[in-house]
Design a protein around this ligand. Structure first.
Ligand SMILES: Cc1cc2nc3c(=O)[nH]c(=O)nc-3n(C[C@H](O)[C@H](O)[C@H](O)COP(=O)(O)O)c2cc1C
Length: 222
């Protein structure tokens, strides 16, 4: 099949777009409002967009509390949402009133950050501390009814890693069992069994062919 996203003539039960843009990491965004009240919510329109300097983005469907707080205070954290924390992550997405602290609502502990005022999720094995860089409004939706998405970019100024997940000088990401968002209400989880590595190909001197060291990663960045 093929469909036109403007006409939305897919004939399926639900719009399939998000079921195809997979797997998406979940940015578990914590902010504080002007009075210092914490807010926490998951965002799967989330990713890293640069590593020099480290930068992340998330996209808010209209002006939600996370976006409003970042506009007011200029800071946020992103904690890693893991399989062990899936119920709490889900509960923190409840559309409760502004000023309700989703850390408490979800039974989570707020741990102080080093560089920014918003806390991180203490139970999560890793978190980015971010300063707001830019906000970019996406095009208006075709139906003209809903608010557009608004993308927030942040500069990562500090990173927390639970030392238990550092082995032989490397972060053991699969041991953290990070969640991935799929389409519909589906999720997946990264586990040691599903991880593999590859060596990067190297171009020949004349740039017309490429070779690679076969097998798993030999530990050299190319
Ligand atoms: C796994 C997951 C991913 C989500 N991703 C997004 C997203 O990318 N953008 C968005 O606007 N809402 C997303 N939501 C919904 C928000 O979490 C929800 O609207 C929340 O109430 C927003 O909270 P806030 O107003 O405190 O920022 C997601 C919900 C879940 C459970």
């Amino acid at each position: 099949m093929h469909y036109d996203t403007n006409l939305r003539n897919h004939g399926l039960k639900f719009d399939p777009f998000k079921a195809l843009a997979v797997p998406r990491p979940i940015g578990w965004i914590a902010t504080v409002d002007r009075d210092g009240v914490p807010n926490l919510a998951p965002y799967s329109f989330f990713n890293a967009v640069s590593d020099r300097p480290p930068m992340v983005m998330f996209s808010s469907g209209g002006h939600k509390d996370s976006l409003r707080n970042i506009e007011a205070t200029g800071e946020f954290t992103c904690s890693l949402a893991t399989y062990d924390l899936r119920e709490q992550m889900n509960m923190s997405s409840a559309p409760v009133a502004h000023g309700v602290d989703e850390f408490g609502l979800s039974g989570l502990t707020a741990a102080a950050s080093v560089h920014v005022r918003p806390p991180r999720v203490a139970e999560s094995p890793a978190a980015f501390e971010c300063r707001h860089w830019k906000t970019l409004e996406m095009p208006a939706p075709a139906d003209g009814k809903a608010e557009p998405f608004i993308v927030v970019f942040g500069l990562v100024v500090g990173i927390y890693i639970n030392d238990d997940f550092i082995h032989d000088g490397l972060v053991d990401t699969p041991a953290m069992r990070p969640l991935a968002r799929l389409g519909y209400m589906d999720y997946s989880v990264l586990t040691p069994e599903t991880v593999f590595s590859l060596n990067r190909p190297m171009a020949s001197e004349d740039g017309r062919s490429a070779t690679l060291v076969p097998g798993p990663w030999d530990g050299v960045y190319r």
